[in-house]
Design a binder for this molecule. Structure first.
Ligand code: TYD
Length: 239
C-alpha cells in the first residue's frame, strides 16, 4: 500500500515518481529498520559510493534535519518529559518534524534532481507508533499523508535483524524508545517492517543487517542500482 492507503503499483513506474502530483527530477531513498540495525553507518557508506560515482546526494534523517525538527527530536527522544503511552502525541510530533523536513529539505532537493537518502521516514511511524504503540494504522496513514503531502519514497531499504541483536548494539546510547519499550515492542516493530516489505515488494529491498558491513553495503548498492533507469549515475556504482 502507498502511504495514503491506496494500493501501490507493483513496479516503480513514472506514475509513482511524483511529489504531490508534480513529476520529480530526483530520487527519494529511505532507510528503515529496527533500532541498532546500522542505518546511520550504511547511510554514510552509501553516500560515499554514490558521490564517488558522480551522483549528487543529500543525506538526511528523521526526526530532525531542520531547526524545528532538531528541537522536536530532542523532545521526542529524551527520556524526560515522559510522553503519552498511547503513541498519539508521539505520532504528531514525528509528523510535525516530517512535514517541515519534506517542505524545507526533501521536496526542494528532489526538484533539483538530487538523490535524497533519508534515515527513517513515514514507515517508522507506522511501525513504531502503529505496530509498537498500537495507534490504529489507518489513522496513522492519514497523518502521514497529511504530513508528507504525498511525497513517498522510490525505494526503501529495510535493514532487518532480530530485535534483541539491535538493542544489544545500541546499549551505549539510550533514547526513550530503548529505555521504556520492552523487547516485545521492538519485535512488533520488526514484524511490521517485514509486513510492509511483503506488501510492497516493488518499493522495498530487504537487507540482512546481521551480515558484515561490506556485505550490507553491497546489497544496498545493488538495490539502488535498480533505479539507474531514472538516474544514470547509478550505473557507475559498485559496492
Ligand atoms: P535514533 O537515535 O535516531 O535511532 P536510530 O538510529 O535507530 O534511528 O532514534 C530514533 C528513534 O525514534 C527510534 O527508536 C525510532 C523512533 N521513531 C519513531 O518512533 N517514529 C518515527 O516516525 C521515527 C522517524 C522514529
Amino acid at each position: 500500500m502507498s502511504l495514503d492507503g491506496r494500493p501501490a503499483s507493483p513496479t516503480l513506474g513514472p506514475v509513482d515518481r511524483c511529489s504531490a502530483g508534480q513529476p520529480r527530477a530526483g530520487l527519494f531513498i529511505t532507510l528503515e529498520g529496527p533500532d541498532g540495525s546500522g542505518k546511520s553507518s550504511l547511510q554514510a557508506r552509501l553516500v560515499d559510493v554514490l558521490r564517488h560515482a558522480g551522483c549528487e546526494v543529500v543525506a538526511t534523517r528523521e526526526p530532525g534535519s531542520t531547526p524545528l525538527g532538531e528541537q522536536l527530536r530532542r523532545l521526542v527522544l529524551d527520556v524526560e518529559p515522559r510522553i503519552d503511552r498511547t503513541g498519539r502525541a508521539d505520532a504528531l510530533l514525528f509528523a510535525a518534524s516530517r512535514a517541515q523536513h519534506v517542505d524545507e529539505v526533501i521536496r526542494p532537493a528532489l526538484a533539483r534532481g538530487k538523490i535524497v537518502i533519508c534515515d527513517r521516514y513515514a514507515d517508522s511511524s507506522l511501525a513504531y507508533q502503529g505496530a509498537g504503540s498500537g495507534v490504529p494504522i489507518d489513522e496513522l496513514r492519514a497523518v502521514q499523508q497529511f504530513a508528507t503531502a504525498g511525497v513517498a519514497p522510490d525505494l526503501t531499504i529495510l535493514l532487518d535483524l532480530p530485535a534483541e541483536i539491535g538493542l544489544a548494539r545500541k546499549s551505549a546510547e539510550v533514547t526513550r524508545f530503548e529505555a521504556f519499550q520492552d523487547l516485545a515492542y521492538h519485535e512488533r516493530v520488526r514484524a511490521a517492517f517485514l509486513g510492509f516489505a511483503a506488501a510492497e515488494p516493488g518499493r522495498y529491498a530487504i537487507v540482512d543487517a546481521t551480515r558484515e558491513a561490506t556485505e550490507v553495503l553491497a546489497a544496498a548498492v545493488e538495490a539502488v542500482r535498480r533505479l539507474a533507469v531514472w538516474m544514470p549515475c547509478l550505473e557507475r556504482t559498485s559496492g
